[in-house]
Design a protein around this ligand. Structure first.
Ligand code: ACM
Length: 779
């Protein structure tokens, strides 16, 4: 079979993802991973330290290297350090008694009185290593730095270069929020996240424990919160026993003993846990358990849907006391300074419609519903302050009068944070546009379910928590930043890790490293070493940022394809066309390839001669030219609101199909499909639950009206405002495998390149048809 390749001058094709245009120069430094015991590792620390000076000479760490620590605090750090080396399968230095000579020494020593308690120094000299700090926290971060250096190496003897690091974090709040309400994680999984946080020098774990879909923390006075609020019946087939069809609940909560265990585990890693109990909205599970705290009389259940719900707790004094009682137990479990009370997305329809709430508003002098929410927040703030705690809430709490001591978490961009800081409130920046990790990180078809407005590693890295326009006198109010991982679409722990890493490394660097020292190219040069650390500790980070992207411009008549490969992080790509696995000696991609079909292209992304992820396999064949999937089709113009990457609801156990779908208007477009010689179009469709609560966005939900009882598949040429090519009525249900094949003959004479618009008509709730694959069938 003849295969020819022509290397042509690069002219980026219109269909190439915009990402490809960004990186002309690839980051390439040695990641320092020594495969030989004599190789001196090249420090690739992440986050980058505030200052590092390399010196001449080296020191070798191996099993048995003595570790000295004096006093309880230094001994605790030394123990954790050795345990972390064990976790990464690295040589085990040996804890030795007392001061000692040589080896590794951890010491608490007074430094400058104004130094951060998280500051440390690390001195690697030819005769030994010394980690010093005034506080155990700083000593721990010095140990993490040393761990990172050792974890870069391979083999029995890790040779470190002599160097001196003086380091301290930029921000005191370096946070990660985990949503354990929508999907639940085991205690061991939470602990694994805490270890990963510690090894990134992150220090604040915001634990989202209550929401519409689940109440996950045991409250002794209110057992129904977890008995009833801890279980939901997942939508569709996912919530049915496959054998009997009986409801199959999804349950989970943490007992108070488990919470104490997690809090202790976190504290040992110098992480403070901030619990969130969300009021007055995102409270359906609580209201389902105790209907007397709700606003409406209709009974509720913990929801199996996602989005913004109308359900609010009511404004009775007894309900205030209910939440004071809840917080009374919460404050005994979490020793940290902050308790988060939510406050986000509390649409006020129920309060507006409730005569009783309106009466309460008059009683307390609340001028509107937002002021009423402010009244509740003020009350909880007083309660928490009385227990020595500080209240923090989402930025909506700023829309009412807010106690001066309250801290604001800015999520709807940075505006709320900016305003709050100007009003003298402390602020944590956590904008959804840059720090939400349920937004997917690449356009790869290998991304798990989530929100596909992508937030790339580079975007996360570029986020600056202190707005330039904030007056200098108020800048101290910006406590730091936080990344949030919502889990509506994150059903498994593997997917959770995929969404969090490596993007959390970018958050960690912004939180720790001086702004002037941040540099994305340098970050990507250090990243491969971080991936090796992830591998060493068994962290299931995302491989998708380390895949090549592909754009294909095919010429069916000529049997050729012009292939443009790319990697948004700028790493080198090597490829093969003979079916073999690419290695660093395989041809390096540097310009679009003209390929004769059929060819199987293998391509992988490399740094320092090592593939960063398994090779991607691209089948370029006559059949692939005639096929597109939901991932490779475009979103229909003007109708692309709320694109989601959604998982099927079945099978109840095992792998489920994933679909890209715009839920306001289910529509997919094949740009410039070549219809010459095409007789019909075959569409493979799936069907998933329509499980969204849109609140005030509901009117934006549009769809073409159905022309037959069950709606139809419509195919148009010339785009979605063009001419109808085919209309196929939909059946009542898909086939037993959950899919359906539809065949749509085209009118005689259909030809040329056209934007092919494919959409499903009708309001098909509680389910929706989604496109899986479309195939052009030649005459
Ligand atoms: C949020 O994302 N609703 C805080």
């Amino acid at each position: 079979m003849k295969r020819s390749f022509a290397y042509r001058a690069l002219a980026l094709l219109a269909i190439v993802l915009p990402l490809l245009a960004t990186s002309a120069c690839a980051p390439r430094a040695d990641d320092g991973a020594g495969d030989e015991s004599t190789v001196v590792i090249a420090p690739a620390l992440l986050p980058a330290p505030a200052s590092m000076e390399t010196r001449s000479g080296q020191f070798t760490v191996q099993t048995g290297t003595p570790v000295h620590a004096q006093g309880d605090a230094a001994s605790r750090v030394a123990n954790r350090f050795v345990a972390y080396l064990g976790m990464a399968g690295k040589p085990q230095p040996k804890l030795a008694a007392g001061e000692g000579e040589g080896g590794i020494r951890f010491a608490i020593e007074a430094t400058r009185p104004d130094a951060s308690p998280e500051a440390y120094t690390l001195d690697i000299a030819t005769d030994g290593i010394t980690v010093k700090a005034a506080d155990e926290r700083g000593l721990f971060y010095g140990a993490v730095t040393l761990w990172q250096l050792i974890a870069q190496g391979q083999g029995e003897r890790i040779v470190l270069p002599a160097l001196y690091i003086e380091d301290a974090p930029r921000f005191g709040w370096r946070g990660f929020m985990l949503d354990s309400a929508r999907h639940f994680q085991s205690v061991d999984e939470v602990k694994k996240i805490l270890d990963a946080m510690a090894l990134h020098k992150l220090n604040t774990f915001h634990w989202h424990l209550t929401d519409d879909q689940g109440w996950r923390i045991e409250i002794k006075q209110y057992p129904r919160l977890t008995e009833i609020g801890g279980c939901r019946i997942p939508a569709g087939d996912g919530g049915k026993d496959p054998k009997t069809g009986a409801p199959r609940p999804y349950c989970g909560f943490y007992t108070q003993d488990q919470i104490r265990d997690v809090v202790k585990y976190a504290a040992e890693r110098h992480i403070t846990v901030v619990p969130e109990i969300n009021v007055p909205g995102h409270a359906t599970a609580a209201i389902a358990a105790y209907p007397e705290i709700g606003t409406i009389d209709t009974p509720l259940v913990p929801s199996s849907e996602w989005g913004v719900f109308p359900n609010l707790v009511n404004t009775e004094e007894s309900t205030y006391q209910f939440f004071e009682n809840v917080l009374g137990e919460v404050v005994t479990l979490f020793p940290g300074a902050y308790v988060h009370v939510g406050g986000d997305e509390a649409v006020k329809d129920q309060w507006e419609a409730s005569a009783r709430v309106q009466q309460r508003m008059r009683e307390v002098g609340a001028k509107d519903e937002m002021a009423m929410q402010g009244h509740l927040v003020e009350r909880l703030e007083k309660f928490l302050a009385g227990h020595g705690k500080r209240l923090i809430g989402w930025d909506e709490i700023l829309e009412a009068k807010l106690p001066a001591e309250a801290t604001v978490m800015s999520w709807r961009g940075i505006e709320g944070g900016l305003q709050a800081a100007r009003q003298g409130h402390d602020v944590v920046m956590s904008p959804s546009s840059e720090t939400y990790l349920d937004y997917l990180q690449t356009d790869s078809p290998n991304e798990p379910p989530g929100r596909p407005a992508t937030i790339t590693l580079e975007q996360v890295y570029a986020f600056e928590p202190v707005p330039a326009e904030l007056e200098d006198s108020q800048k101290h109010h910006i406590l730091g930043l936080q990344a949030n991982l919502w889990t509506e679409h994150t059903r498994t722990f593997a997917r959770l890790q995929h969404n969090a890493f490596p993007r959390l490394a970018a958050v960690a660097e912004t939180g720790w490293t001086p702004a002037a020292k941040k540099d994305f190219t340098d970050f990507t040069a250090r990243l491969p070493a971080q991936l090796r650390r992830y591998d060493a500790i068994g962290l299931a980070y995302a491989r998708t940022p380390f895949e090549p992207s592909i754009a294909v411009e095919d010429d069916r008549a000529a049997g050729t394809a012009r292939v443009t490969l790319g990697n948004a992080l700028g790493y080198a790509i090597h490829y093969t066309t003979d079916g073999g696995e690419p290695n660093a000696q395989s041809p390096k991609y540097d310009a679009p390839l003209d390929i004769e079909v059929p060819t199987t292209l293998h391509a992988a992304v490399f740094a320092n001669g090592r593939a960063l992820a398994p090779a991607s396999v691209f089948d370029l064949s006559a059949a692939s030219m005639l096929t597109r999937t939901d991932e490779t089709l475009s979103v229909c113009p003007d109708t692309g609101r709320l694109l989601l990457r959604l998982e099927d609801d079945g099978p109840a156990d095992g792998e489920r199909a994933i679909f890209n779908a715009t839920i306001f208007y289910p529509c997919w477009q094949w740009n410039q499909a070549d219809l010459d010689g095409i007789a019909s179009i075959k569409v493979r469709a799936g069907r998933i639950p329509y499980y969204f609560q849109l609140a005030h966005d509901e009117p934006h939900r549009t769809f073409e009206p159905a022309k037959s009882p069950l709606g139809e598949l419509e195919i148009l040429g010339g785009g979605c405002k063009g001419h109808t090519l085919a209309t196929v009525p939909m059946p009542a249900a898909p086939d037993a495998d959950g899919f359906l094949e539809l065949d749509a003959p085209l009118p005689a004479g259909t030809s040329g390149k056209q934007d092919l618009c494919l959409r499903f008509t009708g309001d098909t709730r509680p389910q929706m048809w989604v496109l899986d694959r479309v195939t052009l069938r030649p005459r």
